[in-house]
Ligand binder design. Structure first.
Ligand code: AHG
Ligand code: MN
Ligand code: MN
Length: 340
């Protein structure tokens, strides 16, 4: 039988890759693994809503049943606050940052950003959802409390990022900037086990993933690009959970798009909690991530915690081809038009 490497063992093995490592990042990643297992247990019960009470409603005994995104948010915050392995958290579910008090006098130098439950509209119908996280080094001095500026860092400053996919199997995929590794939860032993070492995204693939229902709300050049994908006979897949859609593309190659629409002129997805961590992972696996203005996601300045962005992520050849396509079809700005 081949030897199994658990997430905890792998994280500890990798600690030596960082000469400055103090074990804090190791501890933080392990806490994320624990919180993911707790959320996974609850996600697995989601099909029992008729017995246990619907999320956001109440159960048979009249107790309130928390919406699963709130439950996931609370569990992650609790696991991370109890250990004090990070000094602050920003979550898609919270308006403001959450400072974390030092535990046993230990001052952490890391902060965490997260989307605790991604694709939450899927939960009531038993379709995959995820968690996304990113870890940065704080920029303020450790004798002060963390502040917003610790979180408003460009994606290229990420120290680590990952996601958990609560799917047919539960997987945790993460990167500390030295490749991407995937772990599958073995329910019989309750451990994430290394199942996908050094993941690489295919150069190109046959899938495109976009909410084509918004076709008429996209800019004209984006509509043309989507027509082009369809002309190429690419296969459309859209789950409505970024984690799940990206997971397919990471394995099989393809392109994921959430362009700006009339309703969301800056795009819908959150730069800090969704776009940056996913862009970091995909780029670590050899892929590309840009916005619809063709700027690199990881280079975008972050001005607000809940800032949104358009996003195009995927196989390197396909993102490059999309970029060239858009450049070619973009209407020239008025300064570029020939003078009459
Ligand atoms: P969340 O559940 O965290 O709000 O995220 C949902 C996001 C993302 O996962 C997905 O790609 C997108 O919203 C789906 O949006 P549409 O329903 O507008 O396509
Ligand atoms: Mn989300
Ligand atoms: Mn969410």
């Amino acid at each position: 039988m081949s030897e199994i490497t658990t997430l905890d063992e792998f994280i500890i093995q990798r600690q030596k890759d960082f000469s400055y490592a103090t074990g804090e990042l190791t501890g933080l990643l392990r806490d994320i693994g624990v919180a993911a297992k707790i959320v996974n247990r609850e996600v697995n019960k989601a099909g029992l809503v008729n017995i246990l009470g619907s999320y956001g409603g109440s159960n048979e005994s009249g107790d309130d049943v928390k919406k699963l995104d709130i439950f996931a948010n609370e569990k992650f915050i609790k696991c991370l606050s109890n250990s004090g392995e990070c000094c602050g958290i920003a979550s898609e579910e919270n308006e403001d940052i959450i400072p974390v008090d030092p535990v046993d006098g230990k001052e952490s130098k890391y902060i965490l950003v997260m989307d605790p439950l991604d694709g939450s509209s899927n939960i009531d119908v038993n379709v995959s959802v995820g968690t996304i996280f990113g870890i940065y080094r704080r920029v303020s001095s450790s004798d002060q409390s963390v502040s917003k500026k610790d979180f408003l860092q460009k994606g290229k400053e990420l120290v680590a990022a990952g996601y958990v996919l609560y799917g047919t199997s539960t997987m945790l995929v993460y990167s500390t900037g030295r490749g991407v590794n995937g772990f599958t939860l073995d329910p019989s032993i309750g451990e994430f086990c290394l199942s996908h070492r050094d993941m690489q995204i295919p150069e190109k693939g046959v899938y495109y993933s976009v909410n084509q229902g918004y076709y008429l709300k996209f800019d004209v050049e984006m509509r043309r690009y989507i027509d082009y994908c369809s002309d190429l006979n690419l296969r459309l897949r859209y789950i409505g959970s970024m984690v799940s859609d990206i997971h397919r593309i990471l394995f099989q190659g393809g392109i994921f798009l959430y362009p700006n629409t009339r309703k969301y002129p800056k795009g819908k997805l959150r730069l800090l909690y969704e776009c940056n961590p996913i862009a970091f992972i995909v780029e670590q696996a050899g892929g590309r991530a840009i916005n619809c203005k063709l700027e690199d996601i990881l280079e975008l300045p972050v001005h607000e915690l809940h800032q949104r962005s358009s996003v195009v992520i995927g196989s390197p050849q396909m993102v490059e081809e999309m970029k060239e396509f858009i450049q070619k079809y973009q209407e020239p700005s008025s300064s570029e038009l020939p003078k009459a």
